[in-house]
Unconditional design. Structure first.
Length: 241
């Protein structure tokens, strides 16, 4: 009985921070709508933001499965004390993530008006500047989620909890600052800045803990090619499928 009780306690101690992190992260992704309604008092602009935000989540939901597979393998390698294997998993997963995430993100940012016209209607094209900002913020949040799965797999679920709750508070502050000044676009700026800070914090933690974030030369090449794709997509105007 004492063994079973100890096991249950360990599970609860590990699971509670993850549950709180999930709640905080859900609020982090959706709290902007509440501030837009409060400051702008116009449901039509809420519709524009919602349309842009929905498309901006495409990369996140496509790639989030990577975190679900990464957590158990990091946990197994960490439990075995195999730092080299953990570093290998980190390098391979981040390279794979960026190979898919960066080109897709910048292509959507470059063709935001076309995306909105395709999935909604021409009346939503006004949300194109929002989508261009939100899609980049979504990319940073995706990378944040992948890196927090590494720290959670390494036995530190409280790191994700602390960061998620702290960043939710920051997002609220940035919304209060930016929406009165920049209107609807200010909420997108708030999300972008919060997402960048989230990624920066977890990247530092992962690097300090495991001594690697992968091959930076490879990331620079991926980023360079993605920027070329961005400018090609901006220059080549298309419509429809």
């Amino acid at each position: 009985d004492s063994t079973a009780h100890g096991l249950r306690k360990k599970i609860m101690v590990f699971a509670l921070p993850i549950a709180l992190s999930s709640l905080s992260f859900s609020l982090l992704r959706n709290v902007n709508t509440l501030f837009i309604k409060y400051f702008l008092v116009d449901n039509s602009v809420v519709g524009l933001y919602t349309a842009a935000f929905t498309i901006s989540t495409i990369p996140y939901f496509v790639l989030i499965s990577l975190s679900l597979t990464l957590t158990p393998v990091i946990s197994s390698a960490s439990a075995a004390g195999n730092l080299t294997l953990v570093q290998k998993y980190i390098s391979q997963s981040l390279r794979f993530l960026l190979l898919l995430l960066l080109p897709g993100t910048l292509l959507i940012a470059a063709t935001s008006a076309s995306f909105l016209r395709l999935f909604y209607s021409a009346s939503y094209v006004a949300a194109a500047p929002l989508l261009s900002v939100l899609i980049i913020g979504s990319a940073f949040l995706t990378m944040f989620t992948i890196l927090t799965s590494i720290t959670t797999g390494g036995g530190k679920p409280w790191i994700e909890m602390v960061l998620s709750t702290s960043l939710m508070a920051l997002l609220a502050i940035f919304n209060i600052i930016f929406i009165p000044q920049y209107g609807l676009l200010g909420s997108s700026y708030a999300m972008l800045i919060t997402s960048m800070l989230a990624f920066g914090c977890i990247a530092i933690i992962v690097y300090q803990k495991y001594g690697t974030l992968g091959n930076f030369r490879s990331y620079v090449r991926i980023l360079g090619l993605s920027i070329i794709l961005y400018y090609l997509a901006s220059w080549w105007q298309v419509s429809g499928w």
